[in-house]
Write a protein of this length. Structure first.
Length: 96
């Protein structure tokens, strides 16, 4: 589900209400170890719980005075973020 490459993690497979708690916990461990970028290119299915997950990780990073950015956001996620009015809260990484 989560693969680490240096200071980047790649999320693969579905991220839905059914498994978001496990992804949240696994990602937290990586964030504590200094991960700076979350790549969503391999997410195969998602619902609004992915957005909630991202916002939770951002809160945690901010509370530790760390930067966190997201790469390869699915268009459906961008749409949900716009609908909820939180798209401006999601720092987007353009580097690979």
């Amino acid at each position: 589900m989560i693969r680490r490459e240096g200071r980047r993690i790649l999320i693969s497979g579905p991220v839905t209400l059914a498994n978001v708690a496990a992804v949240l916990d696994e990602g937290r461990r990586h964030l504590e170890e200094g991960v700076r970028t979350v790549d969503l290119a391999e997410v195969s299915e998602m619902d609004s719980s992915l957005l909630a997950l991202m916002l939770a990780w951002l809160r945690e990073a901010k509370s530790r005075n760390r930067e966190l950015a997201f790469a390869n956001l699915p268009e459906s996620l961008r749409t949900i973020a716009r609908l909820y009015g939180v798209d401006g809260l999601l720092p987007v990484s353009t580097s690979r």
